[in-house]
Write a protein that binds this ligand. Structure first.
Ligand code: ZN
Length: 158
């Protein structure tokens, strides 16, 4: 459903994040950390979070990868800042649904945004390229791995 103008806008956003990734670099004293690797493309990412209780206060990433993986990670860090763990997990689910075509969100992108993905929806175009879907979801898989590792809080049984 993308006309050429919209497609160009989307490419501009992806290019912008690839050339000038947000929240890029190492983090001192992260509370959560994980590394991700996409062997299909060679993308590598290290993701660091600083959480205060349930809230994600800071997110940073480093590593090297293709334009899609870098832009996706950059946009993800912006989207996650200030979110709770539950909100982050919902975003992650919504994003993966979008890229695997299990969401109508891409078609409805103009006005409605039921899952709150915002400009992350620009990456919906990669669903036409299955190999690229792995690039776009790498940062999110890494996020889930990081959230599962409680590096400072002792493990509790519920
Ligand atoms: Zn890639």
């Amino acid at each position: 459903m993308l006309d050429n103008e919209l497609r160009e806008l989307y490419q501009d956003i992806i290019l912008d994040h690839q050339q000038d990734p947000r929240n890029f670099g190492p983090m001192e004293n992260p509370t959560h950390h994980a590394e991700g690797f996409n062997p299909l493309c060679g993308d590598r990412i290290q993701l660091s979070l600083q959480m205060d209780g349930d809230e994600i206060q800071h997110v940073k990433f480093s590593g090297s990868g293709c334009a899609i993986s870098t832009a996706s990670a950059s946009m993800m860090t912006e989207a996650l800042t200030g979110k709770t763990r539950a909100e982050a997990e919902a975003l992650s689910q919504g994003f993966r649904d979008l890229l695997t075509g299990q969401s109508q969100n891409a078609e409805d992108a103009e006005d409605s945004d039921p899952t709150g993905l915002g400009k992350l929806r620009v990456l919906a175009g990669v669903q036409q390229f299955p190999v690229r879907v792995k690039c776009a979801t790498l940062a999110w898989h890494t996020l889930e791995a990081a959230l599962q590792k409680e590096s400072t809080t002792p493990t509790r049984t519920e």
